[in-house]
Design a protein. Structure first.
Length: 400
């Protein structure tokens, strides 16, 4: 007999914001009772509602007015078993005692949280992770920073078959995920969804060609930046490919681009992009200011320089292959900057911006299976030219 199913996860039904003369009220409605950790983080000022994993069924939650304490908020899966809201603040607040209201008048269980004005000094004095949650995050960071021979390989993202000595290993890193949606396109398309689907398509092509492939995530879950490059090292990757989709204030800017690691950005735009991407952990509500795994400056030795040279050659191949199936950025499609996610010292690594979700044409084509299949084939062709030049195939061999 099949095992009985466990209880379903609680459902988040709605979220509402009310601005009043003396406070801002944040209300979250649930289908079932939920236990919470509520705390604040500084630099930037945020409020975090941490909870067990839930199902998100919000339909157009109310947007902040812009005049109250709440500037914006996001929600999603932070890690398996753990969901959260992260609320960006316009000004420092003091949280009132949370109220849990039982179901009444057609509403479910409601968490009611009042945010009162306070001083910046008072806010910073109480801001910080609860001790138990901080210990959990520090343990995860320490595990991610262990050298490959000491760290156990994660149990998720297992390849179709075990790696063989003769097989090359490729790690695909779909950017963002879970609570961190990344860029939102002009049509509402979310970066985290585009790159996850693209990563799975690329993995399918590469596995069909005989490569061992791992993905840093296979579901809509947040993966801290500090764990992505070590993931590639633990799996002894020959290549690391991080997938993203870009945005630009100028909606006419379009086309794919490739980034590799450097101590300084190749230009101001590349440096700005790296700074934005390196904020993903903060966006998700991580505060590990004492941890050096994700914020330390790069110390480039001869090994790292050799790796960077391989990365640059791979980036040039990617530009060539992608230009056969999609538009590439007209000006300098290969750029470099200080991306946290590319800092594995011994694994050639690139960050691929598939196009601009802020551009209507790019955004609409990125939503189609035809385009994604062509791009998956072109990316796989570039991998083959880098790892097995004699076996390289013609551009465009995608997913059927």
């Amino acid at each position: 007999m099949p095992a009985p199913e466990g209880p379903a996860d609680p459902v988040v039904i709605d979220a509402r914001i009310g601005d009043h003369a003396d406070r801002t009220r944040f209300v979250v409605e649930f289908s079932d009772p939920v236990k919470f950790h509520i705390f604040t983080l500084a630099s930037p000022d945020r409020l975090v509602i941490d909870m067990p994993e839930v199902l998100w069924r919000l339909k157009g939650p109310s947007a902040p007015s812009g005049t109250g304490a709440v500037r914006s908020y996001r929600y999603g899966l932070f890690r398996p078993g753990n969901s959260r809201f992260v609320i960006d603040l316009n000004r420092p607040v003091k949280t009132g005692e949370p109220m849990i209201l039982p179901p009444q008048d057609g509403y479910g269980y409601r968490l009611v949280l009042d945010l009162f004005p306070t001083t910046q000094a008072a806010f910073e004095q109480t801001a910080g992770w609860p001790a138990d949650l901080r210990a959990r995050e520090q343990a995860a960071a320490e595990l991610a920073s262990l050298p490959p021979e000491m760290a156990p390989a994660p149990q998720s993202s297992t390849p179709v078959s075990g790696p063989e000595p003769s097989r090359k290993v490729v790690v695909i890193d779909p950017g963002h995920g879970g609570i961190d949606s990344g860029t939102i396109g002009v049509t509402g398309l979310q970066e985290k969804d585009v790159v996850l689907d693209q990563g799975k398509r690329l993995a399918k092509v590469l596995r069909a060609r005989g490569y061992t492939v791992y993905l840093t995530r296979t579901t809509d879950v947040f993966i801290p930046l500090y764990s992505r490059a070590p993931f590639a090292r633990r799996h002894h990757a020959d290549l690391f490919v991080s997938l993203h989709a870009d945005s630009n204030p100028n909606p006419s800017v379009q086309g794919a681009s490739i980034y590799t690691l450097s101590e300084r950005g190749s230009d101001k735009e590349a440096a700005a992009l790296a700074q934005k991407e390196n904020q993903s952990d903060i966006i998700a509500g991580i505060d590990l200011s004492g941890d050096n795994s994700s914020v330390a400056s790069i110390l480039i030795d001869m090994t790292q320089r050799d790796t960077m040279n391989h990365s640059s050659r791979f980036a040039q191949t990617l530009v060539h292959q992608l230009s056969g199936v999609t538009d590439v950025l007209a000006r300098e499609p290969h750029r470099s900057a200080n991306f946290v996610v590319l800092r594995a010292p011994d694994v050639p690594a690139v960050l691929v911006e598939l196009g601009y979700l802020s551009n209507d044409g790019d955004c609409r084509q990125m939503a189609t299976s035809v385009w994604r299949n062509r791009v998956a084939g072109a990316l796989a062709d570039a991998v083959e030219r880098q790892l097995a030049p004699a076996m390289a195939t013609a551009p465009g061999g995608g997913v059927e």
